[in-house]
Write a protein that binds this ligand. Structure first.
Ligand code: C5P
Length: 230
């Protein structure tokens, strides 16, 4: 059983490298950021004003609770086809829109909302760490902001993937050219670091700074770390 926990700031390439890492080993892949994004998307769809000076935290918490407990939310942890569904609709692209990126911290900063998501994430990790779902043996790569510290601090492999701010900003701006939400990564990190700690590695967490690495080099470093843990 191998649990790989990867945290890091916006624009570091966590999702693409984590997904490739999971595929390499035939492990499940859990994008916890996608879960927070889906919650923000759902709240906006229900007409909740996330631009309000005082966001109605109780309403957001209730709405997110219903999203999960009433079965509207679903996520595929297949690394070859990860997707997020709301009432069966594939919202994987919709949750990457800049409108969602710019509002997601308003939802993820609400502590009771985090409790709902952390419990759900722990359940996915426990299930996939016990089952051989994708032919590589029981294992999962979970990535986000608080996986190494809160969701799965006992994971076999714990990594803080990071890069210099200007490098991350350039990567996001490059993605924007292809139509995938360009944004101010530093602003989102500031908002997110009020409730999660992903700017510095916690005890026992290995920092991988990929500022001067390309995708394949980053993946190779992570593959070696997982091989060492197997
Ligand atoms: O990783 P991604 O950029 O998709 O995450 C979207 C947002 O979800 C983050 O900006 C943060 O607000 C929230 N998040 C979180 N905790 C996690 C993962 C993501 O608060 N473990």
């Amino acid at each position: 059983m191998i649990r790989v926990a990867i945290d890091g700031p916006a624009g570091v390439g966590k999702s693409s490298t984590s997904k490739a890492l999971a595929r390499h080993f035939g492990f499940a892949y859990l994008d916890t950021g996608a879960m927070y994004r889906a919650c923000a998307w759902w709240c906006m769809k229900q007409g909740i004003d996330l631009d309000a000076e005082q966001v109605d935290e109780q309403l957001v918490t209730e709405t997110v609770g219903e999203f999960f407990t009433e079965g509207h939310f679903d996520i595929s942890v297949d690394p070859a086809d990860p997707k997020v569904l709301a009432d069966g609709e594939d919202i994987s692209d919709a949750i990457r829109a800049s409108e969602v990126s710019s509002h997601v911290s308003k939802v993820s900063n609400i502590i009771p909302v985090r409790h709902v998501l952390i419990a759900a994430q722990r359940a996915y990790i426990a299930r996939e760490a016990a089952e051989d779902s994708f032919s590589g043996g029981a294992g999962i790569v979970a990535e986000g902001r608080d996986i190494t510290t809160v969701v799965a601090p006992d994971a076999e492999v714990r990594v803080l993937l990071t890069a210099r701010e200007e490098v991350r900003q350039a990567r996001r701006t490059g993605q924007a050219v292809k139509g995938v939400g360009g944004e101010d990564v530093a602003a989102r990190d500031r908002a997110d670091s009020k409730v999660t700690s992903f700017l510095e590695a916690a005890d026992g967490v290995i920092t991988v700074d990929n500022s001067d690495m390309d995708f394949d080099e980053t993946l190779a470093v992570l593959v070696r770390m997982v091989e060492d843990a197997i």
